[in-house]
Design a protein around this ligand. Structure first.
Ligand SMILES: [Cu+2]
Length: 296
């Protein structure tokens, strides 16, 4: 960083204090470009992660072992048969999330087969172990062009608007999970680099988190009320009450952060400590959610 750059930064600091329109600050614009670049990279990574195909899924056998379906996603053609082999020490079921099929209990060392005619993606789970989840992609036989290409990459590119709690809750969770840690980080950076723009960013992120989180919690409760009996009892009990507490904590945090913003000062250590505790609670909350959906 040269002398010019330093001078420019000091200048910006003064501009921010004199409350010029936000977009005038080249520094803020630079922050926006960086955030946009990070968001682009992250979304690209997410799209790739969702379309990962298990290698060698050609023989249409799903092995059940250590309370997991392996592979967790399989692609077959319409008319083909899939066999589930239970090589575990527990009995399991292969139950479609949409209710279109159910194997009944498959005892250890037994297997179950089904032939799939209908093209589409169907998620399935095990009834005694709802965190055992997997998906089957059935490709249509007459697919051509873009549709066939999409199907050969896993068939998950066809997008339909989320309508169920199980779809909405994980989407909304992302906003809360991203906003709050970034707000905390932004305030810490603001203190380190003595830039009000970081503190302004933090205030807005806390506000957005406080506004979005009640919807996240509502989608969570909706999920719990419609499918509560299939969720692990201990985990969901902690998750639901911690989630509801988080909504209230966010409101307290937003009001506290607003009072700091109104005085145009940096947050003190009491606020930052409280914010850190809320962030840690949120990380734990996310880990509980992850365990219910992905197992372990
Ligand atoms: Cu099971």
């Amino acid at each position: 960083m040269g002398v010019n750059e330093r001078t420019k930064n000091v200048g910006c600091h003064c501009l921010a204090r004199s409350r010029l329109p936000l977009m005038r600050s080249p520094q803020l614009q630079a922050h926006i470009y960086i955030l946009a670049a990070v968001a682009t990279v992250l979304s690209a990574v997410c799209v790739r992660a969702q379309n990962v195909q298990p290698a060698g899924a050609t023989n249409h056998i799903v092995v059940i072992r250590q309370v997991h379906f392996n592979p967790p996603q399989m692609t077959v053609k319409a008319g083909e048969t899939v066999e589930w082999k239970n090589e575990d020490i527990f009995s399991h079921t292969v139950t479609a999330d949409d209710g279109s099929f159910d194997s009944g209990l498959i005892d250890p060392d037994n297997s179950w087969q089904r032939t799939f005619q209908q093209a589409g993606t169907v998620g399935y789970h095990c009834r005694p172990h709802p965190n055992m989840r997997a998906a089957l992609v059935v490709q249509g036989t007459n697919g051509t062009g873009a549709a066939a290409n999409a199907a050969s990459r896993g068939g998950t590119l066809k997008w339909s608007p989320p309508t169920k709690a199980q779809e909405l809750h994980p989407i909304l969770v992302n906003f809360t999970a991203a906003l709050l840690p970034l707000a905390f980080l932004s305030d810490v950076l603001g203190r380190i680099f003595r830039r009000q723009s970081f503190h302004h960013t933090a205030w807005w992120m806390v506000l957005y988190a406080a506004v979005i989180t009640p919807f996240t919690a509502a989608a969570g409760w909706w999920w719990r009320l419609t499918e509560g009996s299939t969720l692990p009892a201990k985990l969901i009990t902690v998750h639901e009450w911690l989630g509801t507490t988080a909504v209230l904590l966010f409101v307290v945090l937003a009001i506290w952060r607003w009072s700091i913003h109104k005085r145009d000062t940096s947050p003190n250590w009491a606020y930052l400590t409280f914010a850190l505790i809320v962030v840690l609670a949120l990380v734990y909350q996310g880990s509980l959610g992850g365990r219910m959906v992905f197992g372990k």
